[in-house]
Design a protein around this ligand. Structure first.
Ligand code: PLP
Length: 406
């Protein structure tokens, strides 16, 4: 038998969503016909915008012709999409990110999960807590996190984001090599302002650390929070940024994302010589990934047309109207929540402090399914996440039930 990577055995199962399914299934078995409302998962409910569908159809037609057929594409993405991202996501904000500093991929999950491969096996990792689990699990698989005990990894640096610090991570006592930040944040919904991000950029520059910045939800920002870490001076020398079309334009099942690795950001090899991280990331992708489909990149580019922009704006407003409704419901109940302004997530402390007990209560008394905070890390216990990605009807009904019962 082949020897396996034992680190995979350290992963504590996919406890969160399987446990949610188990509890929901048991409830339905006891209450057949109960109409459950799902405000738990982070998937979208609206179809792809019409402009995207048109671009997809056109690209499919092209692929059926001799002249328009595309086989393997350019390794880092088609220039039309790279240019559109550089122009619309960065240069339009006055940020200097060139097309040749962007690499197209099939999802921010892949990018955020794979990026750790270009760093040394003994890198020290810091994550915000609660956290999008991919950052942690990908480092568990790589053997960087030590032993899992009492819900914590022994070698991971946790940066708590709780009500007491306004869901803003504080600088760690011990120096990490890699720092994962996500803003707007899943699950807390909080978004970092320039002054908060500057603290991290300055820290990373002073401590020779790299920030891995997940901006998958930036399209939902309505406050003056940063849309990109490169709004902060110096970030080009210490930060890698991930972007995604999933939540912005309904690409969760279509799959397209990008990663920015500025030319200025360097790592060092075993002899201490500087190496551009962009070269490593490009090499990694060229070796292990053969590109996002042409038709998908064409579809993604369509969101940067005038009509595409309007449709995406409408999509974001659609979900944020749900978010507003959930927030207003919580406000009316006197629950102080975060999120729902710059992100489609609403995060709040639960009465009694036990997130699974609150899950059961919401399921039993309101037939509403949410996500217990305990599933996002040790500091998530005591909190709960509702998402704005449901339909307006389900969201309205869920809010009415919650208001009536709680
Ligand atoms: N990053 C964060 C913070 C997320 O919450 C998610 C999905 O829920 C992703 C990345 C994954 O995005 P994608 O669909 O582009 O893989």
């Amino acid at each position: 038998m082949a020897r396996i990577n034992d680190n995979f055995l350290k992963l504590p199962g996919s406890y969160l969503f399987s446990e949610i399914q188990k509890r929901t299934g048991a409830f339905l078995a006891k209450n057949p016909g109960a109409e459950l409302l799902y405000l738990g998962v982070g998937d979208v409910s609206e179809p792809l915008p019409p402009t995207v569908i048109r671009a997809l159809r056109d690209a499919v037609d092209e692929m059926g012709t001799k002249q328009g057929f595309h086989g393997y594409g350019p390794e880092y993405g088609y220039p039309f999409l790279l240019d559109a991202i550089s122009e619309n996501e960065y240069r339009a904000l006055g940020i200097d990110i060139g097309s040749d500093e962007i690499v197209i991929c099939d999802g921010a999950k892949s990018d955020a999960g794979n990026i750790q491969e270009i760093f040394s096996a003994d890198s020290v990792i810091a994550v915000t807590d609660p956290v999008y689990p991919v950052y942690v699990d990908s480092n568990v698989m790589a053997g960087r996190t030590g032993v899992f005990s009492g819900g914590r990894w022994s070698e991971l640096i946790y940066l708590p984001m709780v009500r007491e610090n306004d869901y803003t991570p504080q600088l760690p006592e011990k120096r990490p090599d890699l720092i994962y930040l996500c803003s707007p944040n899943n699950p807390t919904g909080a978004a970092m302002k320039k002054r908060d991000l500057k603290i991290w950029v300055d820290y990373a520059l002073e401590n020779d650390a790299v920030i891995l910045y997940d901006a998958a939800y930036k399209a939902f920002i309505s406050s003056d929070a940063c849309h990109s870490i490169y709004e902060v001076e110096g970030a080009r020398r210490c930060a890698i940024e991930f972007g995604s079309f999933s939540k912005t334009a309904g690409f969760t099942g279509t799959r397209c994302s990008w990663t920015v690795v500025p030319k200025d950001i360097l790592g060092k090899d075993a002899s201490g010589d500087a190496v551009p991280l962009l070269d490593l990331w490009r090499r990694r992708q060229a070796t292990k990934f053969n590109g996002t489909p042409y038709i998908v990149q064409k579809a993604a580019m369509a969101i940067y047309t005038e009509q595409g922009k309007n449709e995406v704006k409408a999509l974001v407003s659609h979900y944020m109207a749900n978010a507003r409704r959930i927030r207003e419901t919580m406000d009316a109940l006197g629950v102080r929540c975060s999120g729902g302004v710059d992100a489609p997530y609403i995060w709040f402390p639960v009465p009694g402090g036990n997130s699974w007990a609150f899950f059961d209560r919401l399921l039993g008394e309101c037939q509403v399914v949410g996500t217990p905070g305990a599933g996002f890390g040790p500091s998530g216990e005591g909190y709960f996440r509702l998402t704005a990605f449901g339909t307006p009807e389900a969201t309205r009904e869920a809010c009415a039930r919650i208001q009536k019962v709680l």
